[in-house]
Design a protein. Structure first.
Length: 447
């Protein structure tokens, strides 16, 4: 029986604080940012004061942006993930934008003519409007008398040309890096040094990101304080953040308790909620750790012991799905982008929504395994779409809890994937050698 004395209690508290230090500091930073923002707001601060208060947050966002391009390039080439980006629509343009041009720009940006300029420029259709004035002579015939009356006529002509805008062409860079990655993997031993280099670079970049993440409390406090100071209607902004959180949680609940069970019912033809009940333990672990990867041992245990799924399926599908399948993260990223776009007044036409869908789907695969990685993905998405990221700091006020719910949704999706795969591959599995059993040990559960 476990001793629950003061010594063990202190050890438990120390371990809890150590493992969740960043989350605790971020929560405290959110509270400090809100207090500072509301307090300073009462004295009507000057623009200089707001700039100095927001300086730490600006530096924090600059550090994240600095790592975006290297992260994408190394992730794609090393095979860790892919990112797509589409043509950016200038929100200041007053001309009508044709939907066909949006997709033409998308295709053009797929194949940049210069991989170096793609780092800071992308192709964009430019509209030029000219007003022409013509003088016409009108002929009047009255009682066989001919006369001429001059008429001034003006009309507008709009022409299109191919130009560039100042924004990273992530789309073209991804395609180029993808080609490099596929080519290097197909050359065998010759391409191994190339792949090893970018694998190493990818790990180095993730390490730097993990260092940067420890500045999150300072950056979050600054960003939230400035967001409160710059918001003209504070009550409306807080209400919007609450509705945003409710929207994300509702979407996650629909996906987790309606859509996934419906797919399970159609494909497996069994009660999906009995299956969901067996995943309660892994879900709680995922919620506590805010990571579906941490709950892999518990997920394997639930699938293999309680649902009798073959180990050869679970040991491949669950880690693989954990790497590439992030349903809950997609919900958060898309909703966050729309929320920020509405706050800053960016135009959300059908073309931009479609491109946001493409970006969110593919960016979710390349989310780095660092805390608050969903916000990093939101920054990548907004930057690629040309939407200002100044108010992203507001997301941190609710991100700590939403991160846990979306991670739980991801884990449930991984388990469904394993069950469906097992059901359709079961008859193709060769007979298992009963002499070799791979058990999930207690140390593995604690790893």
């Amino acid at each position: 029986m476990t001793d629950c004395g003061p010594k063990n209690c202190k050890q438990f508290c120390y371990q809890f604080v150590t493992e969740n230090l960043l989350v605790i500091l971020t929560l405290l930073a959110v509270i400090v940012g809100i207090i500072v923002g509301i307090s300073v707001r009462q004295i009507n601060p000057s623009q200089d004061v707001i700039i100095w208060i927001g300086l730490l947050g600006e530096v924090y966002m600059r550090m994240l942006k600095m790592m975006i391009l290297p992260l994408i390039i190394c992730s794609v080439i090393s095979g860790d993930g892919m990112n797509l980006q589409s043509g950016v629509i200038d929100s200041k343009a007053n001309t009508e934008i044709e939907t066909s041009d949006i997709f033409v720009d998308l295709i053009r940006n797929l194949f940049p003519e210069n991989i170096f300029t793609a780092c800071f420029q992308q192709v964009h259709t430019i509209y030029t409007t000219k007003t022409l004035s013509l003088k016409l002579n009108e002929t009047l015939d009255d009682n066989k008398t001919t006369s001429f009356q001059p008429i001034n006529s003006t009309f507008t002509v709009r022409t299109k040309s191919v130009g560039t805008v100042s924004s990273t062409n992530v789309l073209g860079l991804v395609i180029c890096c993808l080609i490099f990655g596929v080519a290097s993997s197909s050359t065998g031993n010759i391409g191994k040094p190339f792949i090893v280099f970018f694998n190493s670079a990818n790990e180095i970049i993730l390490k730097i990101l993990r260092w940067f993440v420890w500045t999150t409390p300072l950056g979050v406090s600054s960003l939230i304080a400035v967001a409160f100071l710059q918001t003209s209607d504070l009550e409306s902004a807080v209400r919007s953040l609450g509705m945003f959180s409710l929207c994300v949680l509702t979407a996650l609940a629909i996906h987790q308790f309606v859509l996934l069970p419906a797919i399970y019912l159609v494909l497996i033809k069994e009660n999906p909620y009995k299956f969901l009940w067996t995943l309660g333990g892994p879900w709680l672990v995922t919620f506590a750790a805010a990571s579906s990867a941490v709950a892999i041992p518990e997920t394997l245990m639930a699938l293999e012991k309680r649902n009798k799924i073959d180990k050869r399926i679970t040991r491949f599908v669950v880690p693989f799905a954990t790497t590439i399948n992030r349903d809950g993260s997609c919900v958060f990223i898309a909703t966050s982008c729309i929320f920020i776009a509405q706050l800053v007044g960016a135009e959300l036409h059908a073309g931009r929504i479609a491109l946001m869908w493409i970006l969110t789907t593919v960016i979710s695969v390349a989310i780095p395994s660092v805390p608050s990685a969903g916000v990093v993905a939101v920054v990548i998405n907004l930057t690629a779409l040309g939407i200002p990221v100044d108010l992203v700091g507001l997301l941190f006020a609710a991100e700590w809890i939403l991160d846990r719910f979306r991670s739980g949704t991801n884990m449930i999706s991984h388990a469904h994937c394993a069950m469906v795969t097992y059901r359709y591959c079961q008859k193709y599995l060769p007979a298992q050698d009963n002499g070799i059993e791979l058990e999930i040990s207690e140390p593995m559960l604690k790893s």
